[in-house]
Design a protein. Structure first.
Length: 385
């Protein structure tokens, strides 16, 4: 890796100022620049290749014939998540300390779900099977990566000091121990029986929520870019003794290295937005949305701030809840009234606004603004108690 090569050369000869490469902030900046460059320059070639191979978006007939028509998007190259994955993993490999548990686990979870998303996109676009990967296979994959992340973050020696602990916002006592049964079990540690299922739920919920958000040009890309900036700040302050003490949050040794991965994540989204903004030249597909969901979910668990997710990822939360409410209310009214009724004109909620006649570019911009505000509110909440 370039970082280790530089470190080796530095030991041999240290020219004035060369040691600056050791600082996390510098490597995070370099990772962001590298990720952005990869997304911008590799994106052009990948889009041309996908267009040449005619790997384009397929619009379902029901969707095109409904209240909101997306028929004009048919044929737009998809599977653009490959660009995002290449940028994130490439930049992190170059500038991140991949020997650290936080870094390799974040990369593994992101790559894992990216491969699952790629398989789904491949089946839909290349094999022309509109149903894609069986839902059960997706769920199993999400559960597996959730178990992997949860078990690692509970049992790994690097987290022994704060095993099973998480940050609780807005309360004076800001730490929650998942080992609720400790008072009865004594020395027997059963916290993992709660923590790992919680990790599975978060990884599954976030990846699905990000996938549901991916319905308008640039929506998921922009929202995730802002959420990533918030996660970078959370990782940095949690890994810095002075900031952690000032904000009264858990100090997590080594978590600062995660800012390099977060910087690559945010920059990959901004770079992809160059092509994915309205009108989109390429869609990320499940390759990108599932990978981004895994990255966001993993980082949130790592910084022990998963209880902040509804605020930090408010748009994701609203999109997922709108679908749950729509389906639940429709089934309830059909059972009780004989005819199903809808709470929203369409779900997820961004399609509801589309059906009301709001232009998709305006919807996307407003959702970006909402996300920026909720990310700021999340960071400000660290001082509220």
């Amino acid at each position: 890796m370039l970082y280790y090569l530089i470190e080796y050369l530095e030991r041999l000869y240290q020219p004035p100022g060369f040691q600056v490469i050791q600082f996390i902030t510098v490597r995070a900046g370099l990772a962001a620049a590298t990720s952005l460059a990869i997304a911008l320059f590799a994106g052009q070639g990948i889009i041309r290749w996908l267009a040449r191979k005619q790997i384009g978006e397929q619009v379902r007939e029901g969707q095109a014939a409904g209240a909101v028509s997306h028929a004009h998007k048919a044929g737009t190259p998809t599977m653009g998540g490959v660009i995002i994955l290449t940028a994130i993993l490439g930049a992190t490999l170059l500038w991140g300390d991949i020997a650290r548990m936080y870094v390799w686990l974040a990369m593994l979870a992101t790559a894992w779900m990216g491969v699952i998303g790629f398989a789904d996109d491949y089946i839909k676009t290349v094999l022309k099977r509109k149903d894609g990967l069986p839902p059960r296979a997706k769920v199993v994959s999400q559960v597996v990566v959730g178990v992997l992340v949860g078990a690692t973050l509970y049992f790994h020696p690097a987290v022994a000091e704060f095993q099973g602990l998480t940050y609780v916002p807005f309360l004076k006592n800001r730490v929650l121990d998942y080992d609720f049964l400790a008072a009865w079990t004594g020395r027997l540690d059963l916290g993992w029986l709660i923590y790992i299922p919680v990790s599975v739920f978060i990884m599954t919920a976030v990846s699905n929520a990000v996938n549901l958000t991916d319905g308008l040009d640039g929506l998921t890309t922009g929202v995730t870019a802002f959420v990533s900036l918030g996660l970078i700040a959370l990782a940095y302050v949690s890994g810095n003794t002075n900031f952690a003490a000032f904000l009264d949050v858990m100090f997590l040794p080594g978590i600062g290295e995660l800012t390099v991965f977060g910087a690559a994540l945010a920059a990959s989204c901004f770079g992809f937005l160059w092509y994915n903004g309205y009108p989109a030249s390429i869609f990320m597909g499940d390759t990108g949305s599932l990978a981004l969901g895994a990255a966001v979910g993993t980082m949130t668990l790592m910084v022990r701030k998963e209880l902040l997710l509804p605020l930090l990822g408010f748009v994701y939360f609203a999109e997922a809840v709108s679908v749950i409410l729509q389906v639940g209310y429709f089934k309830y009214t059909r059972r009780t009234m004989g005819k199903g009724q809808r709470l929203f004109r369409m779900a997820p909620v961004h399609h509801h606004y589309e059906a009301k006649g709001v232009h998709e570019a305006k919807i996307v911009t407003r959702f970006w603004i909402v996300t920026a505000l909720t990310v700021i509110a999340t960071l400000l909440s660290l001082r509220i108690r």
